[in-house]
Design a protein around this ligand. Structure first.
Ligand SMILES: [Zn+2]
Length: 403
């Protein structure tokens, strides 16, 4: 759930208030292909993607995957896998670049097990990477945000397979037990896709609401976010707005809430997973990275305090919310004694990687098993320039490009 809608540049960001900004889904490589581009359906790159998949198929058929996976080259590298949500119901159909079905996640874990990958705890893997003592075929598993669906779906699978994992927990919503406002609104609109509503005046959005396209639905979500910010709504008030919006769309909001869709783990759930090999680490308190050092540090400190209280450990590993990072963040993270930080840029980590800009492979329903196997083997990197971190920049249009 990476997840922050960037506000329009003309407005001052609400970085001093206690409410998190809307969470955005943009920097997850939604349905990203091996070259990091958007999928064929949106980019028109169908032939290129098909060609690359055909090449991958040939390489796998020719035994190249196993050759690379067993190589000294691969042994010197760590693959950090990144997941977000594991569907409780149909979320992977709503956001295939953000969610994965429980069945597909189980297939991924089976693949790791059957192909003898070594799944290491993140901290241990990073230490061994630096010491150049990594075992063959090393992988670390990370889950961003700490959603309830992690507790309900991914966590039991991790236990079944005996895999350690890191959860980068954003703590604001884990206290409130409310669905993430902009995401639940987006999800409800998706449930009503295909409709055109003549007038949204009743919920403060005058004019017709066209829910037939992603762009149209996003416009409505943006309108709701603007409305909540204009009126300075707190978490409870935004939840009330979402509830009224659900009524407007004739959706049973209380049923959605009781299923805990798009909610984070509560304190009891975080404590439980933390006792059972789930490593809870930093993701900021409000899922945002202010461009002011004092506010940025406050996000880390509040996040750390909550994690210390919930999990009883001092977190030192960080994941950039939304995959968004800037050079200025690195010294700020070092000042907060953060040892590593992961991005959503695709790549394998080496001992020469910048420890505060570590690449990962973002897996989701959008990825084929072939791509997954290619990346775990180390072949996927062939389509990327290794060790060339990209500096992500906010763009207003980002929020349109949700998976
Ligand atoms: Zn996130």
């Amino acid at each position: 759930m990476e997840i922050r809608l960037q506000r329009r540049p003309s407005r001052a960001p609400p970085q001093s208030c206690d409410e998190p900004q809307a969470m955005k889904t943009t920097h997850e490589p939604q349905a990203m292909n091996l070259n990091g581009s958007v999928p064929a359906s949106r980019s028109g790159g169908g032939v290129t993607r098909s060609l690359k998949l055909a090449v991958l198929r040939l390489l796998r058929g020719g035994g190249m995957f196993e050759l690379v996976a067993n190589s000294r080259w691969r042994q010197q590298r760590l693959l950090i896998l990144c997941y977000h949500g594991t569907s409780l119901e149909d979320e992977h159909l709503w956001r295939p670049g953000l969610y994965i079905s429980r069945q597909r996640l189980s297939e991924r874990f089976t693949s790791l097990k059957q192909r003898h990958y070594t799944v290491l705890p993140l901290g241990e893997a990073l230490e061994q990477l630096q010491a150049q003592t990594l075992p063959a075929r090393s992988v670390a598993l990370t889950f961003d945000d700490g959603t309830y669906d992690f507790y309900r779906q991914a966590y039991p699978l991790l236990q079944k397979f005996g895999f350690p994992a890191t959860v980068y927990l954003t703590t604001y919503y884990s206290v409130g037990e409310r669905p993430v406002f902009n995401l639940i609104c987006s999800y409800m609109l998706w449930q009503r896709r295909g409709k055109v509503i003549a007038d949204g005046e009743e919920i403060g959005l005058p004019g017709p609401l066209d829910l037939r396209s992603e762009t149209g639905r996003h416009r409505v979500v943006r309108g709701l976010i603007d409305l909540s910010e204009r009126e300075g709504m707190d978490g409870v008030q935004k939840d009330d707005l979402a509830s009224r919006f659900a009524g407007f769309l004739e959706i049973d909001f209380s049923a959605l809430k009781s299923k805990r869709i798009l909610q984070l783990m509560n304190a009891r759930e975080v404590r439980e997973v933390a006792r059972n090999r789930i490593d809870i680490q930093l993701h900021t308190h409000r899922h945002r990275t202010p461009e002011d050092e004092a506010l940025f540090s406050r996000e880390i400190r509040e996040n750390r305090e909550h994690i210390l209280e919930l999990a009883g450990v001092n977190p030192v590993h960080f994941c950039y919310p939304g995959g968004v990072y800037k050079p200025a963040f690195l010294p700020w993270l070092r000042a907060e004694q953060v040892l590593s930080a992961t991005t959503c840029d695709s790549g394998l980590c080496t001992s020469r990687s910048e420890s505060l800009l570590l690449p990962r492979f973002v897996d989701s329903q959008s990825r084929t098993q072939l791509e997954f196997e290619g990346w775990t083997a180390g072949v996927g990197i062939c389509w990327h320039a290794e060790g060339t971190p990209r500096i992500s920049m906010f763009r207003e249009t980002d929020m349109i490009c949700t998976p």
